[in-house]
Ligand binder design. Sequence first.
Ligand code: SF4
Ligand code: SF4
Length: 330
Amino acid sequence: MSRRADQPGGVLTAPVNKIIPFSAVDGFGNRTAVFLQGCNQNCLYCHNPETIHLCVGCGTCVDACPAGALSWAGEEPAVGAADAGCTAAGDSVISSAGSGVSVASPSDVSGTSSAGVRRVAYDFDRCVNCDTCIKVCPNDASPKIRNLTPEELFDQVKPFFPFIDGITTSGGECGLYLEFLTEFYRLVKGAGKTTYMDTNGQISLAGREEFLAVTDKTMIDLKAGTDEDHRRLTGRDLGPVTDNIRLTAELGKLYEIRTVVVPDVADSRKTVELGASLIAPYPEVRYKLIKFRKYGVRENFSQTPEPSDELMESLREIAWKKGVKEVVIT
Ligand code: SF4
Ligand code: SF4
């Protein structure tokens, strides 16, 4: 049965989409990157749309899997939308309080139907990673999810510790699982490794002292420079993002802000002007400008042109002129 961590007897878990053992692009040094499932934004140019929603148990992928790695695991009574994940574009997976979502046992996935929760079981050992399930899913979800406790996730990443500087959690939006992350980060820091959070900045970190105490750095996306552009691009307000940038910069816990540059979709110059003015007082914070690339985006964005080198350099100039010390283009 699906349970939330704040219910009596609840088990604190989070849906893990993927673990990349070694990454050089997710914060300082060599890091293990953990991707959690579910997002509270629905960006037009999302590069991992299969991480946006939790599975709703439609079953489309079960028959499509060529390796027999997916099967029905039965049906359980629905326990409420909070456990079911995103129900529509931009809806939050969980409450804004940021508690973890707990569903079933590891290697299972839960969803809701009108009758209840229909579960698709995922067999990690049988999976050949063809991604057919992701291609056929009509819900921007993935059945390849393992619901792990903080301790179980720690056991998964621990073998990489001799080779890495630390852990980065991403998504989806890992900020939806702050309670889970607090426990997981505590374990990681206890083992002498650093903890970085890659976030869209929508979940407020104000007042989350317990979480911030075990978080070394955040990396926050700044998608647009005006509220109008931000709402159109992501479905959400810009204000929480800039609030979190200010807060984490003041606390010395902001590693970088990131802007994906997509020509003709948002006014990138306004975005960079805003971002640069926010971080310029903090010389240790860098600005990463990311060229939009078509890989992984939805079909309707696959024809969108990539930005020119000249545009990227002109944006770097804007950030430099505002006083940002380090501007990285990737
Ligand atoms: S990626 Fe794995 S679970 Fe998905 S269809 Fe392929 S074999 Fe099946
Ligand atoms: S992962 Fe997608 S296709 Fe598979 S059961 Fe869930 S919602 Fe349906």
